[in-house]
Design a protein around this ligand. Structure first.
Ligand SMILES: [Zn+2]
Length: 308
């Protein structure tokens, strides 16, 4: 009797252990929900669109945040630590976080989406052999990023491979439509007015894709200082070419571009601030501009509305 009871207890314990092992095995081999930490809103947006309800995405940089100067907080490190996978823009956009990404890459997939874009699609930086990191303003390059995100998520959760593929295909269709829309709209601006003046050089890919000349007061990174001479050069260009609007960026203080407007006024050339563009940060969550598609369309409409 006693012997019989013991063997039942042993069997129950064994079944319990096996069950425990089994459930643990499935979670490590194939994640049902992937915890993702992304840096910029743009990168987070791609992951949300491809991953759908199979991903939980934390984005470190909210509306109005400048990624060039961004330093990770303790809370951010925790979010990066807890993630199953990290997605960031790369190409040194998040210049102050490079060491953190290096460290994290030893423990988990840490993916710079910019590395998936082929060299021939990348634009160079003026003063070095580095590349311009603002790749999300070339929709065709961003479509490459969508594919890269799809592949990475599928590696982590092969069970949902088909779903990720379908989501990516649908999203790429929307991106292609937006690309067509932007092309058509920008063409309505007269040739001589197709000049986009902003606070920093975030729009080179945009200009390259849609045939606009682009000028920024600061360089590719807001980490570089601009001086009175830069302001003067830009003012002279505005006056010479009778450019009537300049644009502020949501992630950069208005002071820099206001100095340009004032400088032009001193030379009796009226320049207006044509509106606010989303450059390195997106709009508030829950608004149209809080999505990639919405913020891109906002930029196109704002630019066309002021320069046309
Ligand atoms: Zn930038």
């Amino acid at each position: 009797m006693k012997k019989w009871l013991t063997s039942v207890v042993v069997a129950i314990v064994a079944i319990g252990l096996l069950a425990g092992c089994n459930s643990e095995d499935t979670t490590t081999e194939d994640l049902d929900e992937i915890n993702v930490t992304a840096t910029t809103g743009q990168v987070a947006d791609v992951v949300k669109n491809v991953g759908g309800d199979k991903v939980k995405v934390e984005s470190l940089m909210g509306p109005g945040v400048d990624p060039h100067l961004y330093q990770a907080s303790q809370g951010d490190i925790k979010k990066l630590d807890e993630a199953d996978i990290i997605f960031y823009n790369g190409l040194h956009l998040e210049g102050k976080m490079d060491t953190i990404f290096q460290k994290m890459s030893k423990d988990k997939p840490t993916v710079a989406v910019g590395d998936s874009v082929p060299e021939e699609m990348l634009l160079g930086a003026d003063d070095s052999d580095a590349h311009d990191p603002h790749i999300w303003f070339d929709i065709q390059a961003w479509i490459v990023v969508v594919d890269a995100v799809e592949q990475e998520l599928s590696k982590l959760s092969p069970d949902h491979k088909e779903l990720f593929k379908e989501n990516a295909t649908n999203y790429k269709k929307e991106l292609e439509e937006l690309d067509e829309y932007a092309k058509k709209q920008i063409q309505t601006i007269p040739d001589e007015s197709r000049v986009l003046v902003t606070a920093h050089d975030a729009f080179k890919y945009f200009g390259h894709a849609y045939g606009l000349e682009v000028m920024g007061l600061q360089g590719l990174s807001t980490d570089s200082d601009y001086g009175l001479r830069d302001v003067q050069v830009l003012v002279d260009t505005l006056v010479d070419r009778k450019i009537k609007a300049v644009f502020v960026e949501s992630s950069i203080s208005e002071n820099s571009i206001s100095a340009v407007v004032e400088g032009a006024q001193k030379q009796n050339h009226d320049v207006v601030i044509g509106g606010e563009l989303f450059s390195d940060a997106m709009g508030k969550d829950g608004t149209e501009e809080g999505t990639y598609l919405g913020m891109f369309k906002h930029n196109v409409d704002t630019i066309v509305g002021s320069l046309k």
